[in-house]
Design a protein around this ligand. Sequence first.
Ligand code: SF4
Length: 444
Amino acid sequence: MNTFFIETWGCQMNIHDSERLEGQLRAHGMQAAKSAAGADLVLLNTCSVREKPVHKILSRIGELALLPNKPMVGICGCVAQQEGEALLKRSRTVRFVLGPGQIGRVREAVRAVEQGKRVQITGFDAEEDYNFKTIFRKSSTRGMITVIEGCNEYCTFCVVPYTRGRELSRPINDVLSEARTLAGLGVREIELLGQTINAYICPESDASFATLLGRVAEVPGIQRVRFVTSHPRHFGDDLVQAIANTPKISRYLHLPFQSGSNEILKRMNRKYTREEYLALIQRIRDAAPEIHLSTDVIVGFPGESENDFRQTLDIIESIRFGQVFAFAFSPRPNTPARMYAEQVSEDEKKSRLHRLFDISNAISLELNRELVGSTIPVLIDGESRRTSEDWQGRGEDNRVVNFPKSSRERLGDIVDVLITRAGHHSLYGESVDSPSSPQHLPAL
Ligand code: SF4
C-alpha cells in the first residue's frame, strides 16, 4: 500500500489523533492521497458520542466499497473500540479495527494488512509509545498537545470512559518537551487536550494542571496557551489564579454545565449542583472579568421537565456564554441513561433545542457587537474560508476574526485589528498600525 486518506469525525481529540495516525503512516513510507478515490487505504477516525455513528460508518464503508479503486479500510476511534470485531464481521472491506487507546500501533495494523491479515487492536492495556516527533501537524501556527487521555467521571450519558478508558496523564516533562519542540518549529499557540483536562496529575511529580499550564506558558516563543475540556468539579482556585495571573493563558474558557437542573445533574452523575457551577463562574469572573465562556448542554435528558429545561435557559441567559454547544440527548451503547425511564420525545427535544439556540445565538451576537470599535491582537492562522483576499485569525479570547490582507503581515503574526463588524460566529475588521504589530515569526 502506498497511499492513504483519513476521514475524521468528532472532537479535538480525534482531530489530533488523526494527526498522529497521519504522521505514523508517513513514517511507514506512505503518502497522503487527495481523496478516498485516490487512496489504497482509507482510515475512518470515528466518534460515537452522538447520533447514529455506527449507521453512518457502515454507510460510508458501503460507499467506499463501490469506489473503482477499491480502497482497503481501517476503522479507528471510538466506534472501533465500541464495536470491535463486529465491524470486521459486517464488511470484508474493513481490514483493521484500531481503538483510540492503540493509535501508536497503526503501523503494526498496516503491516498485518500488507501480509493479507485482518486485525483488531483495541483496549487500553498497551504500553503506548507516545512519539510526538512523528505527529503530522496541519497548522504551522497552532499545535495541539494531549496531556491526559481517558476519563474517570462516568457521566450517565457518555461513552467516553468505555471507549477511551481510564484517565492517564503524561509526565509534565514530556509535555514540556513537546511544547518546546513546537515552539522551535514556529508554533505560536498551544492547545492542551484532554477529556477532563483539569483532572491532570503528573504521574512522576504530582504536579497539578495549573502548574502544567503555567510551565507551558513559560516556554520561549509560545504566545498563547488554550485548553479543553475542563470539568467543573476539578476547577480549583489554583487554576483560577493561574488564568488570572498568566496573560499568555487564553482568555477563552470552555466549561460544560450540561443542565441547569439539580435533579437532572444528579441523574447525569455530574457531581456538582447548579449553585456550585454558578459560584465557580463568579470566582472565575471575579479573578479574570474578561474571560469569554463557552459551554456544552444536553437537551431532553430522560426525565427533563419543562421546568428543568427552563433552569438550563436561565443559566444561559444569566451567564451569557459566547457560544453554546447544545445537543439533543441520544441514548449511547453501554451507558446507564440509555435505560432510564421518561425518555423525552424527539419532537420535544427539537423544539427545546430551537428555543435554546434562539436565545444563545442572540447573546453571541450581542457579545460580538460589543467588540465593534475596539482594537484587539489577532494571531493569523490561515486564509479566510470565504475569500483568499482575507486573513483569518483569532483574538486572545479565541473569537474568529477576518480582515483584508496587506503586504505587511504573514501567517503566524500577531497583529492589531480594529473590529468593524460582528456576526453570530465571527468578527470582521482591518489591521491597524501599532507598536505591537506585526510580530513576525522567526525564520525557520
Ligand atoms: S466528564 Fe462526563 S461527559 Fe466528559 S468525557 Fe467524562 S464521562 Fe464524558
